[in-house]
Design a protein around this ligand. Structure first.
Ligand SMILES: *Cc1c(COP(=O)(O)O)cnc(C)c1O
Length: 372
């Protein structure tokens, strides 16, 4: 089935009790046992399972062509579960431009716990091979990357990982399951912050881990989910399910709008550099063509005139909102270096744009007046 059809039907079913088309939100924390002590519907306690969570897990595993999924309270909790499923003493390789929250998780929480990590440039396969150690168990991919939209070759990294019996995990948040299918390219697990494109309306926090196969590693993730308890709430699962129904159409429009804005910025005299994988001159364009079916809604650009000018531009927009995050229907603009704070390698004149679903001409006019 095509992704448009899956997005609408996977995990959804008419409510057997009432005939309701839309899945009810099951808030009950506990479920009745039979007189023989069993749980006839398969649910016992909300932390262990819940119909809305189960529906979302079924839905996202089908969207990513995986076998199983686990839904969490945030993208970061989903990410955390993958790292915790490793063992103290294990080593992993991660991109040196990894999402800043994931970097903090690794450095401040998991390093003291005993996980060793080498951050390197995953777009350079020689550097990845050099970073391998005897205890390397996992390679973490995030593509397109944040905020420079570097493109990592998922198939090649998966090959390198499998040669050493390590796992390849892809944070697919920026591309979404519509733009890129890491499991089909060789990755073993996919992580999403559903907070972004899957939710799609900037009103829900969540995360999922999807596994290509049911295996021992995923069983650990499942245990961390149920015992650790950072589970997704029923209403949050319901909101993400609703968002997903329009995901394929939203992603197409995000991508079309972003390409138009990226082309406008490329031609603008006040712009030094534009980062968008859909542009021919983008360093990762060839690989993006090979592994992405849509280039997504995220653009970064460097403004002439340094930090001050970048701030001034962000200060003058009227349709874009100055805010962090991405993937919602509304366009956002962000001075990334000041969000990431001290020690950031992000250029001071860089603005990151999350291109929404407004008319592209209105977005272009807004940027034009702000750049004047
Ligand atoms: C937002 C984001 C996360 C973290 O998700 P939260 O839901 O905010 O915890 C992880 N990876 C990427 C690429 C993200 O954009």
């Amino acid at each position: 089935m095509h992704i448009e059809t899956l997005a609408i039907h996977a995990g959804h079913q008419t409510d057997p009790a009432t005939g309701a088309l839309v899945t009810p939100i099951y808030l009950s924390t506990t479920f009745e046992r039979s007189s023989d002590g069993t749980y006839p519907q398969g649910y016992d306690y909300i932390r262990s399972n819940n119909p809305n969570r189960e529906a979302l897990e079924k839905c996202v595993s089908q969207l990513e062509n995986g076998a199983v999924a686990a839904a969490f309270a945030s993208g970061s909790a989903a990410t955390m579960s993958v790292f915790q499923a490793l063992s103290p003493g294990d080593h992993l390789i991660a991109p040196n431009d990894i999402y800043s929250g994931t970097s903090l998780l690794l450095k401040d929480i998991l390093a003291p716990w005993g996980l060793a990590v080498t951050f390197t440039d995953l777009t350079n396969l020689d550097l990845v091979t050099e970073a391998i150690q005897p205890n390397t168990k996992l390679i973490w991919v995030e593509t397109p990357s944040n905020p420079l939209l570097k493109i990592t070759d998922i198939a090649k990294i998966s090959e390198i990982a499998h040669q050493i019996n390590a796992l390849c995990v892809c944070d697919n948040t920026w591309a979404s399951p519509v733009g890129q299918s890491p499991l089909n390219l060789g990755a073993d697990l996919v992580v999403h912050a559903t907070t972004k494109y899957l939710g799609g309306h900037s009103d829900v926090l969540g995360g999922v881990v999807i596994s290509k196969t049911e295996n021992e590693f995923f069983e650990k993730i499942r245990k961390i989910q149920k015992v650790g308890g950072a589970v997704a709430a029923p209403f949050d699962c319901w909101l993400v399910m609703r968002g997903i129904q329009t995901l394929p159409y939203r992603m197409r429009a995000h991508s079309q709008n972003a390409l138009k804005v990226a082309e406008f910025l490329t031609d603008h005299s006040q712009i030094e550099q534009v980062y968008y994988p859909g542009l021919k001159q983008h360093s990762g364009h060839e690989i993006a063509l090979k592994q992405m079916s849509l280039f997504g809604g995220m653009i970064s650009c460097q403004v002439k005139g340094g930090k001050e000018k970048a701030f001034a531009v962000a200060g003058k927009v009227k349709i874009f909102t100055r805010a962090t995050s991405l993937g919602g229907v509304e366009s956002l603009i962000e001075h990334r270096a000041s969000i990431e704070g001290k020690g950031t390698k992000t250029p001071e004149n860089l603005l990151r744009l999350s291109i929404g679903l407004e008319h592209p001409d209105d977005l272009i006019n807004d940027l034009a007046q702000a750049l004047e």
